[in-house]
Design a protein around this ligand. Structure first.
Ligand SMILES: *[C@@H]1O[C@H](CO)[C@@H](O)[C@H](O)[C@H]1NC(C)=O
Ligand SMILES: *[C@@H]1O[C@H](CO)[C@@H](O)[C@H](O)[C@H]1NC(C)=O
Ligand SMILES: *[C@@H]1O[C@H](CO)[C@@H](O)[C@H](O)[C@H]1NC(C)=O
Ligand SMILES: *[C@@H]1O[C@H](CO)[C@@H](O)[C@H](O)[C@H]1NC(C)=O
Ligand SMILES: *[C@@H]1O[C@H](CO)[C@@H](O)[C@H](O)[C@H]1NC(C)=O
Ligand SMILES: *[C@@H]1O[C@H](CO)[C@@H](O)[C@H](O)[C@H]1NC(C)=O
Ligand SMILES: *[C@@H]1O[C@H](CO)[C@@H](O)[C@H](O)[C@H]1NC(C)=O
Ligand SMILES: *[C@@H]1O[C@H](CO)[C@@H](O)[C@H](O)[C@H]1NC(C)=O
Ligand SMILES: *[C@@H]1O[C@H](CO)[C@@H](O)[C@H](O)[C@H]1NC(C)=O
Ligand SMILES: *[C@@H]1O[C@H](CO)[C@@H](O)[C@H](O)[C@H]1NC(C)=O
Ligand SMILES: *[C@@H]1O[C@H](CO)[C@@H](O)[C@H](O)[C@H]1NC(C)=O
Ligand SMILES: *[C@@H]1O[C@H](CO)[C@@H](O)[C@H](O)[C@H]1NC(C)=O
Length: 440
């Protein structure tokens, strides 16, 4: 019923234009000439494939990067490289990430984030059952915007366009959707501009063990969901964690990982009072109260950091399989640690426990950290961006933006419920979002 309505809406739109082919519509759009050139010049097989889709049978939504998006290309990891190498296979994969089966328009989306499979399925690029996902939400405002969420927290906006074509709908986006990177690359660079949300401690802890089974699994298993405690959560229980026998540390870490064979658990999958079976074997209990989701006693701070083989959510506490019954106290912003704590007065996210074990770790150079601002919208150094985004062996410590951050200030940060609290990393900072910034 709902689907029928959707198609009718689009068909109404289409009725005005007569059903034009994708190529015809693309070549009539002034802001899509670069995309059109790439598709017709180099990816004609993909175009042929897309042209075979039919509005009534198997419609698609094409996220079409504008000329402006092409102009900012070289700064973006993966994409910039593929373009400068003129690597047709990679370019095709990148473009496949921009095609979503189904109609995703201002008529079908609402204010809840949803995650849709794309045509990107190449396993060396992504490993999510059914194709790598793109998040989408209809953001109220004047005019209302559709926002697409991709790798590295990148958001691409479109002002309610819904350009119809014979096989579905085109949404012109102002920045490329970035195919999510592997776990290590994402965790090592996530939130360089905001140490309070860095997760290099979790990443380092995974690599601190002599047992390579967990690192391998996080690299190559499909559909993983990782609940990564923020660095400050590790700092709070530093003493307890660093003195654990390796078996117990491994248990704790794998208690933060949820495997699946039906796709990752995105924020749109969260439900109150459900259990998630972890890699460690015991369950995590998810609950919803006071406008937040919790896992056992940990509050979920940031949702939906897409990675090549799944998704990461950031939590404010280390959880333990020895405290599966720990309950949240929704009245307080931060949750009481479940392990013995050592005091934290001034917190330097770069020096959080285990960060020296991050793959490719090199000690920080202080000049670099000083240049970042937590207001990522104001960061504009093109050179800095290129450096930060092209290095996958980046140092954990140079990644953190603020040289030191107090626990109270990070803890009192206000987060909204469903993933609007992305304080963007450097990748998005470099001008990917032109005029489409949402401060929620
Ligand atoms: C085309 O792009 C320009 C800026 O690059 C923008 O001002 C204009 O609104 C865009 N037109 C459409 C139809 O999106
Ligand atoms: C990229 O490669 C294609 C062939 O694969 C070629 O037609 C095109 O001219 C090349 N583009 C550039 C900018 O070198
Ligand atoms: C992924 O595999 C395709 C062939 O299936 C190849 O063309 C492409 O270069 C590979 N990409 C990477 C990142 O290895
Ligand atoms: C948005 O739509 C989905 C299904 O399409 C529905 O489950 C959800 O409740 C809707 N959310 C809102 C806020 O209307
Ligand atoms: C290594 O880790 C895996 C899974 O995390 C576990 O099953 C295995 O027993 C561990 N091996 C050792 C020697 O600790
Ligand atoms: C996992 O992948 C990263 C690069 O993404 C690499 O540095 C690391 O060595 C890999 N780890 C294992 C155990 O394969
Ligand atoms: C993708 O996931 C499957 C299932 O977990 C695994 O067997 C495969 O090795 C993974 N592929 C890559 C390239 O990581
Ligand atoms: C859980 O408790 C048992 C028994 O006290 C202990 O041996 C084990 O190390 C603990 N595991 C963790 C992850 O703390
Ligand atoms: C998440 O929700 C989607 C859409 O309802 C569903 O297909 C998928 O199986 C769910 N994932 C998990 C892990 O339950
Ligand atoms: C969540 O589930 C618990 C346990 O079933 C219930 O007591 C509570 O009212 C539920 N909360 C909401 C917001 O539905
Ligand atoms: C985990 O939860 C499932 C239900 O989701 C239940 O069947 C299972 O017994 C639980 N496992 C443990 C170890 O409590
Ligand atoms: C934070 O820690 C890093 C890495 O240990 C160090 O290089 C940096 O100087 C520290 N910053 C402050 C302000 O102490």
């Amino acid at each position: 019923m709902k689907l029928t309505l959707t198609f009718l809406t689009v068909q109404c739109l289409v009725a005005h234009v007569a059903a034009q082919s994708l190529s015809a519509v693309l070549s009539s759009q002034k802001n899509l000439t670069s995309l059109n050139e790439l598709l017709t010049g180099q990816l004609s097989q993909l175009v042929d494939e897309l042209e075979r889709h039919d509005l009534n049978e198997d419609p698609i939504t094409l996220l079409a990067p504008s000329n402006q998006a092409f102009d900012t290309l070289p700064n973006v990891q993966t994409i910039g490289q593929a373009v400068s190498d003129n690597n047709t296979a990679e370019l095709e994969n990148i473009l496949r990430y921009h095609v979503l089966p189904g109609i995703h328009s201002s008529q079908t989306l609402n204010s809840s984030f949803a995650f849709y499979p794309s045509l990107l399925t190449a396993q060396n690029f992504t490993n999510v059952t059914g194709g790598q996902r793109v998040g989408a939400v209809l953001q109220s405002g004047t005019p209302p915007e559709i926002v697409f969420l991709s790798g590295q927290g990148t958001r691409s906006a479109v002002s309610k366009q819904d350009i119809p074509f014979k096989g579905g709908v085109i949404q012109q986006i102002d920045a490329f959707a970035i195919p999510p990177l592997p776990f290590v690359d994402t965790a090592a660079t996530y939130n360089l501009a905001d140490g309070a949300q860095s997760i290099t401690s979790f990443l380092g802890a995974v690599y601190a063990q002599s047992n390579a089974s967990l690192p391998r699994l996080l690299n190559t298993t499909s559909d993983v969901t990782i609940f990564a405690p923020a660095n400050v959560a590790f700092e709070l229980v530093r003493g307890a964690l660093t003195s654990l026998p390796s078996r117990a540390l491994n248990d704790i870490l794998s208690y933060h990982v949820v495997p699946s064979n039906v796709g990752p658990t995105y924020s749109s999958n969260f439900t109150n009072a459900t259990t998630l079976r972890t890699l460690q074997g015991q369950n995590l209990t998810m609950s919803f109260s006071s406008n937040s989701y919790f896992l056992n006693s940990a509050r979920i701070l940031t949702t939906d950091i897409l990675i090549a083989n799944g998704v990461i959510h950031i939590i404010d506490n280390v959880v333990s399989p020895n405290s599966t019954a720990a309950l949240p106290n929704p009245e307080t912003y931060t949750q009481a640690p479940i392990l013995p704590t050592t005091g934290v007065i001034n917190f330097n996210s770069s020096a959080a426990p285990f960060t020296t074990f991050v793959p490719g770790y090199v000690p920080s150079s202080t000049s670099e950290t000083a240049s970042f601002s937590t207001d990522s919208a104001s960061v504009s150094g093109g050179d800095m961006l290129a450096t930060a985004s092209s290095s996958s062996t980046r140092s954990a410590s140079s990644g953190a933006a603020s040289p030191s951050e107090s626990v109270t200030s990070s803890a009192s940060r206000v987060h909204s419920k469903m993933g609007f609290d992305w304080v963007f990393g450097i990748l998005t900072a470099g001008g990917l979002f032109v005029g489409a910034w949402m401060a929620c």
